[in-house]
Ligand binder design. Structure first.
Ligand code: HEM
Length: 181
C-alpha cells in the first residue's frame, strides 16, 4: 500500500489520519461529556480537562496536516456507480466534517484562553492565549463548543451509517477504500 492517494485509492497517510482522527474525536467527546459532570473533589477534576485540552490541541495540529495533505495528495475520484446526488452529498458532508472539527477545536481554545492564560500541552510546552477580547468570550465560545461538538458527533454517526449502507446494502467499495483497499 502506498503513502499517497491515487486517482482510485486512499493511501496509507490518509487512511491513518482518517481513523486516528475518528477515534480521537469520539474519545474527546466522551471525555468532555464525562469530565463536565465531575465533582470538585474528584482526582480527575483538573486532570480530565487538562487531558481534553492537550489532546484537542494535538488533534488541531493533526487536522492542519490533514488539510495540507489533502491539497498535496487529492482524494480519489468518486466511484463510477455513485450518482450526482451521492457525489454532491458526500462532498458536502465531508466539507462539513472538516469545518465542524475546526469550529469545535477553535471554540475550545477560545474558552480555555479567554482569561489570557495559555494552554499547557501535556505539561511539555504552552500554547499562548491570543484572542481574549470577545465579549463574554468564555460563555459564547462555550455555547458554540457544546453545540458544535454534539452536532459533529451526531453527524459523524450519520456519516458512519452512510459508509455502512454503502458496504452492506449497495455492496460497493466506499468503506473498503477507507482501509486502503
Ligand atoms: C468523528 C469521526 C469521523 C470523522 C470526523 C470523519 C471524517 C471524514 C472525512 C473528512 C472524510 C473525507 C476524507 C477526504 O476525502 O478528505 C471521510 C471519509 C470517509 N469516512 Fe469518515 N469520519 C469519521 C468516522 C467514520 C466512521 C466511523 C466510518 C465508518 C464506519 C467512516 C467512513 C468513511 C469512509 C468510507 C470515507 C470515504 C468516503 C469516500 O470515499 O467518499 N468515517 N471521513
Amino acid at each position: 500500500m502506498q503513502w499517497s492517494n491515487s486517482p482510485s485509492r486512499y493511501g496509507l497517510t490518509s487512511v491513518l489520519m482518517h481513523w486516528s482522527v475518528a477515534v480521537v474525536v469520539f474519545g474527546l467527546f466522551a471525555l468532555g461529556y464525562w469530565m463536565v459532570g465531575l465533582d470538585y473533589y474528584s482526582s480527575w477534576y483538573r486532570t480530565g480537562p487538562d487531558l481534553h485540552k492537550s489532546i484537542g490541541l494535538v488533534l488541531f495540529a493533526l487536522m492542519v496536516l490533514r488539510v495540507l495533505w489533502r491539497v498535496l495528495s487529492p482524494a480519489p475520484a468518486a466511484l463510477a456507480e455513485h450518482g450526482a446526488l451521492t457525489r454532491f452529498a458526500s462532498k458536502l458532508g465531508h466539507a462539513f466534517l472538516y469545518l465542524g472539527l475546526f469550529v469545535v477545536m477553535i471554540s475550545g481554545y477560545l474558552i480555555s484562553t479567554a482569561d489570557g492564560r495559555g494552554i499547557e500541552v501535556f505539561g511539555l510546552f504552552e500554547i499562548p492565549a491570543t484572542l481574549t477580547s470577545i465579549p463574554d468570550q468564555e460563555d459564547v465560545a462555550g455555547l458554540v463548543h457544546k453545540f458544535m461538538a454534539w452536532t459533529l458527533v451526531i453527524f459523524a454517526g450519520v456519516h458512519a451509517l452512510a459508509a455502512l449502507k454503502h458496504h452492506f446494502i449497495d455492496r460497493d467499495r466506499t468503506l473498503l477504500r477507507m482501509f486502503g483497499r
